[in-house]
Ligand binder design. Structure first.
Ligand code: FES
Ligand code: FES
Length: 155
């Protein structure tokens, strides 16, 4: 079957079975390997992308669910080689270490910024509750998201 949707604002059309994972379509069919696979079971958040603005685990989403939707991946964050506000904040605070969780953290961070919630420690922890990091102990990641929120105008 054929499925049409947008990825980072660009229209795409892919041939796949409806149950093919969005994660595989992104990484293998569209060569967007920024989205990572950790557990493959919806537990780690490494594969987080935005589907119509909501954070989803791409390892659990069948491509049929993306039909007509807007998908955003980590590749869509930088513009002309310039990091976006969240990426820059991760860089400055040391929020990215091994990098496996980082794309998912960035996307969860994007959704948090878009939500307009206050950047309290509790709210940020809640926003990334579905994203596991084995490296940093979360402190730097939370600092990064708070810094990005401080630098971003409220939506
Ligand atoms: S790879 Fe999707 S949640 Fe872990
Ligand atoms: S930076 Fe290594 S798992 Fe998060």
């Amino acid at each position: 079957m054929s499925f049409a949707f947008t990825v980072n604002g660009e229209p795409v059309e892919v041939e796949a079975t409806g149950m093919r994972r969005l994660l595989d379509v992104l990484r293998e069919d569209l060569a967007l390997t920024g989205t990572k696979e950790g557990c493959g079971e919806g537990e780690c958040g490494a594969c987080s992308v935005l589907l119509d603005g909501a954070v989803v685990d791409a390892c659990l989403v069948p491509v049929s669910q993306a039909q007509g939707a807007s998908v955003q991946t980590v590749e869509g964050l930088a513009t002309n080689g310039s990091l976006d506000v969240m990426q820059q904040a991760f860089l400055e605070t040391g929020g990215a270490q091994c990098g496996i969780c980082t794309p998912g953290m960035l996307m969860a961070g994007q959704a948090f910024l878009a939500s307009g919630q206050d950047a309290t420690d509790e709210n940020i922890r809640h926003a990334i509750a579905g994203n596991l990091c084995r490296c940093t102990g979360y402190t730097k990641i939370i600092e990064a998201i708070a810094l990005a929120a401080e630098r971003s105008p409220h939506p």
